[in-house]
Write a protein that binds this ligand. Sequence first.
Ligand code: COA
Length: 155
Amino acid sequence: MVKFTIGMLDSKMALDRFNCGNDLVNRFLKEKAYDQQQRKLTKVYVIHRGADVFGFYAIACSSLRLRLPDMTSEFRVPGMLLGMIGVDKRYQGKGISKHLIDHCISLSKSIGKTIACRILYVDALGSMVDYYEKLAFRYISKTGSDRHRLYLDLL
Ligand SMILES: CC(C)(COP(=O)(O)OP(=O)(O)OC[C@H]1O[C@@H](n2cnc3c(N)ncnc32)[C@H](O)[C@@H]1OP(=O)(O)O)[C@@H](O)C(=O)NCCC(=O)NCCS
């Protein structure tokens, strides 16, 4: 098993070699993530050993209109948006993204102790809905504009 630490992205980390196989996700990490973090538009957590980054996720405060099982009508539900996640190809298939998602859930639950935070949600890229479903995220709707949007109830 690869030894790693999870922490916040910093300017000394080496991102040049990072390649998760998805250009959009690679470009976000290499070109936008640190700048957006500095401007408090997102926070980026990386799984790393020293300066070598194996994977990352981006998280921000958000809200989503939906009806949860304990609700009689739609509500603007406060939560966290898991904006993006990627694992370098060298380390894929080793459970790294599971560690990142667990970290993200713990963080969201811990925020929920002081600020209302009921859900963690994602706008999944293309076929990645299967990936999030495996990790217990639920669909809001399998059709229409929400068909790529999945959430995890943190209650
Ligand atoms: C998706 C991604 C983050 C998975 O990372 P990973 O570290 O290889 O995944 P893990 O090893 O933690 O696997 C977790 C589970 O997801 C499953 N999984 C992994 N990739 C999957 C995919 N593309 N589709 C469906 N399930 C997938 C694994 O089989 C595993 O399930 P299991 O526990 O039943 O074996 C990685 O492949 C990646 O970076 N892809 C490119 C970027 C991307 O598409 N990001 C997501 C959208 S923002």
